[in-house]
Design a protein around this ligand. Structure first.
Ligand code: SF4
Length: 343
């Protein structure tokens, strides 16, 4: 087996909180909306795994979860999810993702922010791809740019911090100065503003012609270069990742198994033990990894060793290489979503 898999935790997801948009580049298409999964059912399953961890003294076993795209649920459910995040000691609910939120009137939006700030939210994050019409085109929602900028102003007024994430694509770079001018003109304090390329995941995988190169990034005005995310030094071209993958082994195969709760499987998951769930997922994940080529083989045979396009992580790169492999060798029954190739 070229990629022996070892389970180090569980990552539980569901689509309780639905996304209201259909962005053309959505990098998160793997979670489907759930109609029958309530917050109580979701938290009960996460709590079972937290108990399982403690009862079995598995200090290093991770229990993580994520519940959809936006926290546009009832305040009672929001509180339940917040309590769960506090229990596992992560920070997730401090952030309110504005992407995916339904558009609403100013007064309602202000109340929405105030309610969530009251029970623990600390900042809002908006993602921009280009300026005004260009952003609306990519987000596939007319008026979204205006909504996001307005939401950031209202969030600031109620005392929430603001984060701005700017996507770097070939076409958005042409409008980046205009975008910065518009965001600066909001005159709100910004906790963080950073820019980075597409992940190679979800629908963004269809826009490789939009992927930037290092030389393109380096030839931008200082004002734009100043907001590249602080891990930029680690981004590499495909050419560089190919060499890196040849000599450096990443342990993506020691990871949490991924439990996706759906309307179809929730009853079965509720009726079986944590051990049975982990055994099943571990077995299926091992099976999925067993039929894909090794990192070295993918790099050797499926990399474009001349490409200067930039990818942020080795897993991005491996996903592209695997796509090229699968075009030549379609794999029947391959459960990609269980592996890091399914991000
Ligand atoms: S708002 Fe986010 S999750 Fe929703 S479609 Fe757009 S990118 Fe995807």
């Amino acid at each position: 087996m070229s990629r022996p898999f070892k389970t180090t935790g569980i990552y539980i997801t569901s689509g309780i909180n639905r996304c209201a948009y259909h962005c053309r580049y959505c990098q998160l298409t793997t979670i489907k909306s759930s109609k029958n999964i309530t917050m109580d059912r979701f938290t009960a399953i996460v709590n079972r795994f937290i108990e399982y961890k403690h009862l079995n003294h598995l200090e290093d076993f991770r229990v993580d979860f994520w519940n959809g795209y936006t926290y546009d649920c009832s305040l009672t459910d929001f509180q339940k999810e917040l309590d769960l995040h506090k229990k596992v000691g992560d920070w997730e609910l401090k952030i309110l993702l504005l992407g995916g939120m339904p558009h609403m009137e100013d007064a309602m939006l202000k109340q929405w922010f105030q309610d969530r700030k009251h029970i623990g939210s600390e900042f809002v994050a908006a993602t921009y791809l280009g300026c005004k019409d260009q952003h609306d085109y990519w987000n596939n929602k007319k008026g979204n740019f205006e909504f996001l900028t307005k939401a950031q102003k209202i969030a600031s007024r109620v005392g929430l911090d603001n984060v701005q994430r700017l996507l770097l694509t070939r076409s958005s770079l042409n409008h980046m100065e205009a975008l910065l001018d518009t965001l600066d003109s909001l005159e709100i304090p910004i906790k963080e503003r950073c820019a980075y390329p597409f992940f190679y995941s979800g629908l963004a995988r269809h826009y490789e012609d939009e992927r930037v190169t290092l030389s393109l990034l380096e030839n931008q005005p200082e004002r734009i270069k100043a907001i590249y995310r602080n891990d930029k030094e680690k981004w590499k071209s495909e050419q560089e990742w190919t060499e890196y993958a040849r000599i450096t082994r990443h342990k993506y195969e020691e990871d949490s198994v991924h439990l996706v709760l759906t309307d179809e499987n929730i009853e079965r998951i509720e009726s079986i033990s944590c051990e049975a769930i982990l055994d099943d997922l571990t077995h299926r994940t091992q099976k999925a990894y067993a039929i894909v080529p090794s990192q070295e083989e993918l790099a050797e045979k499926y990399a474009d060793k001349t490409s200067e396009k930039i990818y942020m992580f080795l897993w991005d790169m491996e996903c592209l290489w695997l796509d090229r492999y699968l075009k030549e060798h379609p794999l029947q029954g391959f459960e990609r979503a269980l592996t890091h190739f399914g991000r």
